[in-house]
Ligand binder design. Structure first.
Ligand SMILES: NC(=O)c1ccc[n+]([C@@H]2O[C@H](COP(=O)([O-])OP(=O)(O)OC[C@H]3O[C@@H](n4cnc5c(N)ncnc54)[C@H](OP(=O)(O)O)[C@@H]3O)[C@@H](O)[C@H]2O)c1
Length: 272
């Protein structure tokens, strides 16, 4: 059986560096996925020049059809999936659009599209699979001012449906400019990443009850990285930003690191 790893948003930045590191370290096929085929294939060529052999599949995480095509391809070609790295995300760089619009769009992509990929691909995960949600240092509860929200988000019994509703509530509050009053951060990106960190815990609780043994879902803060997203102001290289995600992807069988939040240097941290 050939093992298989998938990285979303692999054509540049941290995702590209994750693909590169997995090509070097992972015993299986590594899929660089990208929403734009040309950008994706150019990235594959760049890695091939370094004697690495990533495979490619188109994936736009916002697009149901694209996600289902990847799911069917993986099912027919490999009969399963062993590593999923949810790296793709967006961040608005300026405030030319209204806050409510930016908040809605950011939650849509960073939270709900990540959720879409998980819903489609989780049935394929094999025992010992590793899932990584790339979050952020902004995806911690210290970025929320409301104790009630903090309590709800850190409740170990929080369900996926309740978390989805909370993300919708944030968007509504952002549109009516009441989000700060409600205790949310003044950033759609931070709210989306808080959702992503919380989702990892919920997914882990789900897999703890699954008949497929030893599936680990963790979220990571990759560090402040020199990529397009940070307008190249980050202090870490993309290869350094890949350290924590790759560490989580390669956790050994029967690891105890499950449902955790991992810091940029691959140490355990706490998002709560
Ligand atoms: N850089 C940092 O300092 C930092 C810090 C904390 C967390 N993070 C997180 O780390 C991850 C990677 O960030 P980065 O800095 O490498 O960002 P980046 O350079 O902007 O790269 C983002 C990647 O996501 C892809 N993407 C966006 N929307 C997509 C969609 N709908 N479907 C598929 N792919 C999509 C982009 O594809 P296109 O090229 O087609 O746009 C690109 O490949 C993100 O989750 C980010 O939030 C980054």
């Amino acid at each position: 059986m050939t093992r298989v790893a998938v990285v979303t948003g692999g054509n540049k930045g941290i995702g590209f560096a994750i693909v590169k590191a997995l090509c070097q370290k992972y015993d299986g096929n590594v899929y660089l996925t990208a929403r734009d085929i040309t950008r994706g294939l150019n990235a594959v060529s760049e890695l091939e020049k370094q004697n690495l052999k990533p495979k490619f599949h188109q994936l736009d995480i916002n697009d149901d059809e694209s996600v289902i095509k990847l799911r069917d391809y993986l099912k027919n070609t490999y009969g399963g999936l062993d590593v999923l790295i949810n790296n793709a995300a967006i961040a608005f760089k300026n405030d030319t659009e209204p806050f409510g619009f930016r908040a809605e769009e950011t939650i849509r992509v960073n939270y709900f599209s990540l959720h879409r990929v998980c819903t489609a691909l989780y049935p394929l995960l094999r025992p010992h699979a590793r899932v990584v949600h790339v979050s952020s240092c902004l995806g911690r509860l210290c970025n929320i001012t409301s104790d009630a929200l903090k309590q709800k988000l850190s409740n170990p019994n929080l369900t996926e449906e309740e978390l989805n509703n909370m993300m919708h509530e944030f968007v509504s509050a952002a549109k009516s400019n009441t989000h700060i009053q409600a205790g949310w951060p003044n950033s759609g990106y931070a709210a989306s990443k808080i959702g992503v960190s919380a989702l990892a815990g919920i997914h882990q609780s789900m897999f703890n009850k699954d008949s497929r043994k030893d599936i680990a879902v963790n979220s990571v803060h990759p560090g402040y990285v020199d990529t397009d997203m940070t307008s190249h102001r980050g202090t870490l290289t993309p290869d350094q930003g890949a350290i924590a995600p790759v560490y989580c992807a390669l956790l050994p069988e029967n690891t105890e690191i499950k449902g955790r939040y991992i810091w940029e240097d691959a140490t355990l941290s706490d998002w709560k």
